[in-house]
Design a protein around this ligand. Structure first.
Ligand code: OVM
Length: 402
């Protein structure tokens, strides 16, 4: 925990612990409390500022020159403490280092380059739906969200089948590590000794299927755009960022529609709105909620002077439900104008995998809607106790032909 930040001047303070299980499981009440308290709130427990409202969150992510990512986007300040793994070349980097890498990987993950995957995703979505209509009662976390994403995404990257649960273990470590070094983090990195080397082995060129997304990163090496040492670390970003987030998005989408059947009826009636409806899921139940930036110099934000080299915490879930920005923010409404949501971030660090994550989700939702499948929640659900991600660990559902 950082102990050296100066106490705040001009900002209200709160002794809330956003990373306590109680607040993790019920985020929207304390988000509301923090937004009402101020535009910038000093968290006494973590000795850092928190920007709970949309306007400041947007300002911070847009201003990468004042709010750096290179010192990590978690609570740990890499300028003061050693990171738990070699930093991401994308997420945990600033311009100018970040710029050419972003360009290369951005091209690989661009919509035109991903078009070849759509028909395969459709086949898998329909296989899954056939299975769901037979089984009827399922836990949608393992049997829908994980099953689908762990099939289509690693296939697209070119990872061999087998042991794919390691991807989940690794993702859990990566995203918990953006929080403080609490019990949740300690528990999730327990298997790092096994899973870390497994992941890095999967990132080697010899283990990536020719022509797929991972191999395309290595093709940039032969093109001279990146070095041979950089390629596996860039592929690692696919495996770090692309699995848990999309699984949570699938689960959160199913839950949002199941508990708002009128919204699902709109999608069934008009599959043309699937894209927009999925964006509303990202606003309403944002999978990646909490992260940080680090000030590069003294910065004034919301009338408060923040010294340089200090962590500032953001919460995408809170920004996406700020009533200063959204009408009836706690209502899931697929017809709303959802533009401007920050569920996938904004600016130079906006989610680089957003097109493949959208493709996975849109294909699944489109096929469910096209086949007029209905689904309901049939028992108690459980959310993850997780430092940064919001998603289910348990989601009992029944699927039926509508
Ligand atoms: C990465 C990475 C890992 C986790 C999340 C993320 C949200 C990126 O390794 O590049 O972006």
């Amino acid at each position: 925990m950082a102990q050296d930040a100066a106490p705040p001047r001009g900002a209200p303070a709160s002794d809330i612990d956003p990373f306590s299980p109680q607040h993790i499981l019920n985020p929207y009440a304390w988000h509301h409390e923090m937004r009402e308290l101020g535009a910038l709130v000093w968290l006494t427990k973590y000795r850092c500022f928190f920007a709970p409202r949309y306007a400041e969150a947007f300002q911070i992510i847009a201003d990468y020159q004042s709010f750096s990512s290179a010192a990590g986007v978690g609570h740990t300040n890499f300028n003061k403490e050693k990171p738990w793994r070699q930093p991401s070349m994308l997420l945990e980097a600033d311009p100018p280092d970040h710029t050419p890498r972003r360009a290369i990987v951005g091209r690989i993950l661009s919509a035109p380059n991903l078009r070849v995957f759509r028909s395969g995703f459709e086949v898998e979505a329909n296989r899954l739906i056939d299975r769901l209509l037979q089984q009827r009662d399922v836990d949608a976390v393992p049997e829908v969200a994980q099953a689908y994403v762990l099939k289509v995404f690693p296939d697209a990257v070119g990872i061999a089948d087998g042991d794919r649960m390691n991807l989940l273990k690794y993702g859990t470590m990566v995203f918990n590590a953006f929080g403080p070094q609490n019990d949740i983090f300690d528990e999730s990195v327990r298997d790092l000794g096994e899973v870390g080397p497994w992941i890095m082995e999967r990132c080697q060129h010899r283990n990536l299927e020719p022509g797929k997304l991972g191999d395309q990163v290595y093709q940039a090496v032969s093109g001279g755009q990146i070095t041979a040492e950089e390629a596996p670390i860039l592929v690692r970003s696919f495996l770090s960022a692309g699995v848990d987030t999309t699984i949570d998005a699938v689960g959160n989408a199913l839950w949002s529609f199941a508990t708002n059947p009128a919204e699902w009826a709109k999608v069934k009636a008009n599959q043309g709105i699937v894209k927009q409806a999925f964006e509303e899921v990202l606003r309403y139940e944002s999978p990646f909620q909490t992260f940080f930036r680090t000030t590069t110099k003294d910065v004034e934000l919301a009338g408060v002077k923040i010294p340089g080299n200090e962590k500032v915490m953001l919460n995408i879930g809170s920004a996406n439900r700020d009533p200063r920005k959204w009408e009836r923010p706690d209502v899931f409404d697929v017809s709303r104008d959802v533009r401007g949501h920050v569920g996938l971030g904004y600016g130079i660090h906006a989610c680089i995998g957003q097109m493949i994550s959208r493709l996975e989700n849109e294909v699944l939702l489109t096929e469910l809607a096209r086949r007029k499948v209905d689904f309901e929640v049939t028992g108690p659900t459980e959310y993850k106790v997780h430092n940064t991600l919001r998603g289910f660990t348990k989601l009992p559902m029944r699927f039926k032909q509508g």
